[in-house]
Design a protein around this ligand. Structure first.
Ligand SMILES: [Zn+2]
Length: 215
């Protein structure tokens, strides 16, 4: 098994493609994940698709429906609150660990992701691109934590958080506030102080919870 839980390069690629279709909203919550249809669409055999769907179930992005295969999971208001509450603690843990491990080159890379987010906010209304950059930002920090358990859990929680359909990820105002919070996280990571990094990362997720309560 590889890091993302699938057993072959093809399996990983198929998993990534279907996952992206789910996260971008091309496949919507409740929609059936038909193995034959996805295999035809992606031009692959059914076996890697079956494997990818199992992996999506494990990640909480799909649920198996009795006698009907699997379907895309729906993340409602209660679930997103639970997901974010756990994420706040784990994101804090990841950022605190990453604070003493990130190199200058890593910090430059984080800065570049933020710059891309800012450019995307200024130039377009592409919320899907923004969600991708958000995932990239948080993935980079958790990977730098060096804690494989935190990496696995956060990967699942973050994907579920982005499955939530609502203003949280889409409104320009919310995206702008989130960008400001990302900047504070990078500043704290640059300082190299684990507790500052933890506080900034927790504050970002608490901010998401506050914005969620407001909508
Ligand atoms: Zn974020």
């Amino acid at each position: 098994m590889t890091v993302d839980g699938t057993s072959s390069l093809l399996g990983q690629s198929v998993h990534r493609q279907i996952r992206q279709m789910v996260l971008s909203g091309e496949l919507t919550p409740g929609q059936a994940l038909s193995v034959p249809a996805l295999a035809t669409k992606l031009g692959v055999s059914r076996s890697p698709v079956r494997e990818a769907v199992q992996q999506l179930i494990y990640e909480g992005l799909a649920v198996s429906a009795p006698h009907a295969g699997a379907k895309v999971a729906a993340v409602d208001d209660d679930r997103i609150r639970d997901v974010l509450a756990v994420r706040a603690a784990l994101d804090g843990l990841a950022a605190a660990a990453a604070a003493t491990r990130l190199t200058d080159a890593d910090l430059d890379k984080l800065g570049a992701i933020i710059a891309a987010q800012e450019a995307n906010l200024d130039d377009s209304t592409d919320a899907t691109r923004d969600a991708q950059l958000d995932i990239e930002f948080h993935t980079f920090i958790r990977d730098a934590s060096g804690n494989s358990c935190v990496v696995d859990e956060l990967a699942r929680l973050e994907a579920q958080a982005h499955l939530y359909r609502g203003d949280l990820w889409c409104s320009a105002r919310n995206r702008r506030v989130a960008l400001r919070e990302h900047r504070r996280i990078v500043e704290a990571l640059e300082s190299g102080h684990p507790e500052s990094a933890r506080a900034a990362a927790e504050a970002h997720v608490q901010g998401l919870l506050t914005r969620l309560a407001r909508q």
